[in-house]
Design a protein around this ligand. Structure first.
Ligand code: PLP
Length: 228
């Protein structure tokens, strides 16, 4: 990546890498959705990427998304914005109003709050359960051993249709075993969606079955700070 390259050039390169990874894995072209992660970048930074026909974006903070996306969405009604960061239950109403998908359902309190808000607002979001595949104490997500029971509770107790699973592997470990574990859990649960793979490892994730990859810095460049 060079500073002189524009985000839309980096987007094109990312798309080419995704297509190559799909082909290498014997998967159909277009079977992987690219979520362009625009956290920390401004609406001005995002506009050229929208101009290059990117339609699915990811944000990890409700407040930041609220400041950035309503105006862009008004200009481009076909955009999708996905919440990929942790959700507090007191932000569920705003999150359900703002986002098309939430990738970070990981406890009953959040599942209940999101279900109540979707009913109240008459909105249906696409939902993913985050799994803490590395069982890291500081990381969000349900533990792998609890994933099956939790996904079943999402459906049976909270009335939520879960599309798939999401993970963020420990940053100091090889990601492949984590992606393989997530794919196995999803297969056992009969879930089709796999949200896995970031700038450094999305090709590996595609080889292991990712249906959406969340790519930020490979498109937008390095972030000057990393919000939690
Ligand atoms: C920031 C972020 C990404 C994108 O990370 P890059 O390494 O910049 O591609 C993906 N997923 C989540 C959950 C993130 O917070």
């Amino acid at each position: 990546m060079t500073a002189s390259e524009s985000a839309s050039e980096r987007l094109a390169a990312t798309r080419a890498r995704i297509a190559a990874a799909e082909a290498d894995a014997g998967r159909p072209t277009g079977s992987v959705t690219l979520i362009a992660v625009s956290k920390t970048f401004s609406a001005e930074d995002v506009r050229p990427v929208i101009g290059a026909r990117q339609r699915v974006f990811g944000e990890n903070r409700v407040q930041e998304a609220k400041a950035k996306w309503p105006e862009l969405r008004a200009a481009h009604p076909d955009l999708e914005v996905h919440l990929i960061g942790p959700l507090q239950s007191n932000k569920a109403a705003e999150a359900v109003a703002l986002f098309d998908a939430i990738h970070t359902i990981d406890r009953d309190k959040i599942a209940a709050a999101v279900a109540a808000e979707m009913a109240r607002q008459a909105r249906t979001l696409r939902l993913f359960v985050q799994v803490n595949t590395g069982a890291e104490p500081q990381k969000a997500g349900i533990l792998p051993g609890d994933a099956e029971a939790f996904v079943n509770r999402c459906r049976d107790s909270h009335g939520l249709a879960i599309e798939g699973l999401m993970c963020i592997p420990p940053f100091d470990e090889a990601p492949a075993p984590h992606f393989a574990l997530l794919a196995k859990l999803a297969r056992n649960l009969g879930l089709s969606g796999l949200s896995m793979g970031m700038s450094g490892d999305f090709e590996i994730a595609i080889a292991l079955g990712a249906t959406c990859v969340r790519v930020g810095s490979a498109i937008f460049g390095d972030r000057t700070y990393a919000p939690g």
